[in-house]
Design a protein around this ligand. Structure first.
Ligand SMILES: [Zn+2]
Length: 417
């Protein structure tokens, strides 16, 4: 059976040009004794917006792995798929993120709900979670609420899983279940019963992506109280352990953190708490690499700088359309966005440092950064020119991509320099 390693990172590479620089960061971590499994992920939404095919990601991953001589495992993730969108990912992917967010809140049959509640008798009242020193209260009415809210979604996850299993064969792929793209977070108690449901459906889930409280905006730091996150995260880790010990689930089941790019204030907690409890994690990054491409082109100056300035100016003109698909995961204060006129006069350094995520740099502008994060479509519609500029400025762009993944992400997560 394919097994995901203890630590893994989802590397989003929208335009498929930076796999080598991303892998270099993984290899450097390996040289420092930290083994991270690289997983290249791309969602159906990104493929549609850019006009790429799932096979493009597989070819990129295989090529960079071969060229680097990397001899450990790696995966290609069909990110956020469902029953209808999974088909074209079957051949090229060996990791599937089954997204059940849209089924949460839909009711399963009353008979199934009752059966689940009856089968959970021993967990009614309170649940002792070893390691937390806490008991989770689980009244019968809470259990009913949870079954009404999640049982249908678990059934749907099973339908999607069985479809993939039928086409690929059991054990030939990694299964993740994601529930993060919803408004309301899941509590540790809910997570416990969701895992019970997935185990009853016999889904060999290796990573689970809950929605945490607080705001996980794309490409910028966490908005919320990091110590509240830490408490919830630790409870979730221990609930996962309890679920592994209580139900039929893979022993390497671990947390997947979505929109994981740039959550710098959480990384010390994610790193230390997983270490404390000897757990792994999967951290999914996405547009942070595309942002580094823009930053690299800005640094390169000349035509490349003009190109990214133009992208910014167009993104201001198309802001509503660009932001709409991401409304749950961005918060842009439009009053803080510099005007197109102002940006036209900027030099390389000013443009790059406005976008580069260095907290404390007075030029850093998280509003501008989030807008560019969702503006990749504007590069996709002039792909030939964009790719030419990336190729011409490969050296400077690769350094930006590498530095970002290695120094700003991996070093913070694993507390190394
Ligand atoms: Zn997600």
């Amino acid at each position: 059976m394919k097994k995901l390693g203890k630590y893994s990172m989802g590397l989003g590479d929208r335009f498929g040009h930076q796999g080598h620089a991303q892998l270099k960061a993984i290899i450097e971590a390996g040289n420092r004794g930290i083994e991270i499994t690289p997983v290249w992920n791309k969602s159906n939404r990104e493929h549609i917006i850019i006009g790429t095919q799932p096979w493009d990601v597989r070819i990129e991953a295989d090529t960079v792995i071969k060229n680097s001589g990397f001899n450990k495992s790696y995966f290609v993730d069909a990110d956020h798929i469902n029953f209808d969108t999974v088909d074209r990912f079957i051949d090229s992917s060996d990791f599937f993120t089954i997204d059940v967010a849209s089924y949460i809140g839909k009711r399963a049959d009353e008979k199934d709900i009752v059966e689940f509640i009856d089968g959970s008798e021993e967990y009614t009242g309170s649940i002792n979670v070893p390691g937390t020193g806490k008991k989770l209260k689980s009244s019968k009415s809470q259990l009913r609420d949870i079954a009404e809210k999640y049982l249908f979604a678990a059934r749907k996850a099973a339908e999607i899983y069985r479809k993939i299993e039928r086409l690929k064969g059991a054990g030939n792929f990694i299964t993740e279940v994601s529930m993060d793209e919803v408004n309301v977070s899941q509590t540790p108690l809910e997570l416990f019963f969701i895992l019970k449901m997935l185990s009853e459906e016999e889904i060999p889930v290796q990573t689970i992506a809950p929605k945490f409280s607080g705001r996980f905006n794309k490409g910028v730091d966490y908005a919320g109280d990091p110590s509240t996150f830490a408490e919830e995260f630790e409870d979730d880790l221990l609930v996962i352990n309890l679920a592994i010990n209580s139900f039929n689930l893979p022993e390497n089941l671990k947390m997947s953190i979505h929109s994981g790019s740039d959550k710098f204030s959480l990384y010390p907690y994610i790193g230390s708490l997983t270490k404390k409890h000897d757990k792994g994690f999967h951290l999914k990054t996405a547009g942070t690499t595309w942002l580094e491409e823009v930053i690299g082109l800005a640094e390169a100056g000349g035509e490349a700088l003009d190109f990214v300035k133009e992208i910014y100016i167009q993104s201001l003109e198309n802001i509503d359309e660009l932001c709409a698909p991401y409304s749950d995961v961005i918060d842009i204060d439009t009053a803080m966005l510099p005007s197109g006129n102002a940006v036209s006069g900027w030099n390389s350094g000013k443009f790059a440092s406005s976008l580069r995520h260095i907290p404390g740099n007075p030029d850093y502008n998280p509003n501008m950064r989030q807008l560019i994060h969702v503006a990749y479509k504007l590069a996709a519609v002039q792909m030939a020119k964009y790719f030419r500029l990336l190729d011409e400025n490969k050296d400077v762009v690769s350094v930006c991509v590498y530095d970002n993944i290695y120094h700003r992400h991996i070093c913070r997560l694993f507390d190394i320099d």
